[in-house]
Design a binder for this molecule. Structure first.
Ligand code: SF4
Ligand code: SF4
Length: 434
């Protein structure tokens, strides 16, 4: 809806925050703070620029058109306001709403795990000792409850391995905040003794299967794991709990299992999600199980073949990284990180056990702050990455800044050229119609 205030506002591009690129009669407008983009024809863009020059209000400009054109321009102005392309009170309200509540906070309650999966990006194993005490976990839960994110995901390692697992989860649940509680587990420890607790305390259970049967799952996660997972899913179903998602990590070597994986999910009544293998943690030494060539980048994500500008221009994903704005990962030592892909000391905001530090994260916006941490995060934004900063598809190419971080850590790696040679032609076709 177009607000009265916005209608009366004078059209003004948010120049300081914008990246504007032009080619083939198209214009790409991307707001680096809002992390939103709009692609328009050069003709329409030039009308809006003219309106800015003339000092027209949004309403005056919209009223210059008639019929369906008028409706189109009106919608466009609203979208440009929301995306932060135009200065407006509406865009700032929209930005605040977008970031006023965390979407997801993750807590790795432990680094310990009863399995030793080949691809484990955090290198968890059964010999690890818990660093966070029960009181530490509860203190972090107090903090999370105060932030009241949409989702609080308890993960690990294997979170159920903690002897105080139920005590801590119950403690959080007692807080009665509107947060949905999610358990991310390998599901091997779910049994008759705890299934009712899980059903009564969690809104969703996420299970990594990484295979489609005993043989393929066993290769990655160990013998007998697949059958245990299936038993746990059946157990949850017998209690009427159906909000179960499963995941499978895929590289070019096991990509052929994707269809079977989705079929399995359909059969067992769960929702499957395929994730691209990334050589991290134990995945580095076991990469050859998943991928045939050594890589540091997730090449499985470069297949944009199915996208087209006409069909997908509104869904085309530009870098919309919301780290510390609406997403945060608290690791097994209590330190806060932007996400699971950037667990490095240089990206840590500090300890969630420190009450002053943890409350100040609420006001932290890496696009507005002049702190060293903000500068480090800015450094991995695709439009600031030296090798790509002049490229006119960079905001689509490195949709996740963690990819840039990997390249910065591996300056001489040939993956950059390979990635570019795959992405550039596809993005030129989709974004610029070439
Ligand atoms: S297409 Fe190539 S130059 Fe452009 S952002 Fe991607 S890797 Fe960089
Ligand atoms: S760095 Fe990537 S994975 Fe992490 S929050 Fe940003 S987009 Fe998501």
């Amino acid at each position: 809806m177009i607000t009265l205030k916005f209608r009366e506002e004078i059209i003004k591009f948010k120049d300081k925050e914008l990246i504007i690129k032009e080619r083939n009669n198209r214009v790409l407008m991307y707001n680096t703070r809002f992390k939103r983009h709009i692609i328009q024809s050069k003709e329409v863009y030039s009308y809006i620029k003219k309106a800015e020059e003339m000092g027209l209000t949004v309403e005056e400009f919209v009223n210059m058109f008639e019929g369906s054109d008028k409706e189109y321009i009106k919608d466009l102005m609203i979208n440009m306001g929301k995306a932060g392309i135009l200065e407006s009170s509406m865009s700032e309200d929209f930005y605040k709403n977008m970031n006023n509540r965390f979407k997801a906070i993750y807590l790795a309650a432990t680094h310990k795990c009863n399995l030793a999966c080949r691809h484990c990006c955090t290198n968890c194993n059964s010999t690890e000792k818990d660093i966070l005490t029960t009181e530490d976990v509860k203190s972090i839960m107090d903090f999370v409850a105060e932030l009241e994110p949409y989702e609080f995901i308890i993960t690990g390692g294997e979170p159920m391995i903690r002897s105080d697992f139920e005590e801590c989860v119950h403690y959080f649940k007692e807080k009665d905040c509107k947060t949905e509680l999610v358990l991310s587990t390998n599901a091997t420890l779910i049994d008759e003794s705890n299934v009712d607790f899980i059903v009564n305390h969690f809104n969703r259970v996420e299970i990594s299967i990484d295979g489609v049967d005993e043989e393929t799952c066993g290769l990655v996660r160990g013998r007998g794991v697949f059958n245990k997972i299936m038993r746990s899913i059946v157990l949850l179903h017998t209690r009427g709990f159906r909000n179960i998602r499963t995941s499978m990590v895929v590289g070019d070597k096991n990509k052929h299992l994707e269809e079977k994986f989705y079929a399995l999910n359909e059969r067992i009544g769960t929702k499957g999600m395929v994730r691209c293998f990334e050589p991290e943690g134990r995945g580095v030494e076991n990469a050859s199980y998943f991928i045939s060539e050594e890589t540091i980048l997730p090449f499985g994500l470069t297949e944009l073949d199915k996208l087209s500008f006409e069909k997908d221009k509104d869904n085309l994903k530009s870098c919309s990284c919301d780290m510390y704005k609406s997403k945060m990962f608290i690791d097994y030592d209590g330190n806060m990180y932007p996400c699971q892909s950037l667990i490095k000391p240089e990206y840590s905001y500090g300890s969630a056990l420190d009450k002053d530090t943890r409350m100040s994260v609420l006001d932290f916006d890496y696009d507005l702050s002049d702190s060293k941490l903000a500068a480090r995060l800015q450094n991995i934004m695709p439009y600031n990455f030296e090798k790509c900063k002049d490229c006119d598809v960079n905001v689509f190419c490195f949709f996740c800044p963690a990819l840039v971080d990997k390249l910065l850590d591996n300056e001489d790696c040939p993956d950059y050229e390979k990635w570019c040679s795959i992405m550039k032609p596809q993005l030129n076709r989709i974004v610029w119609g070439e």
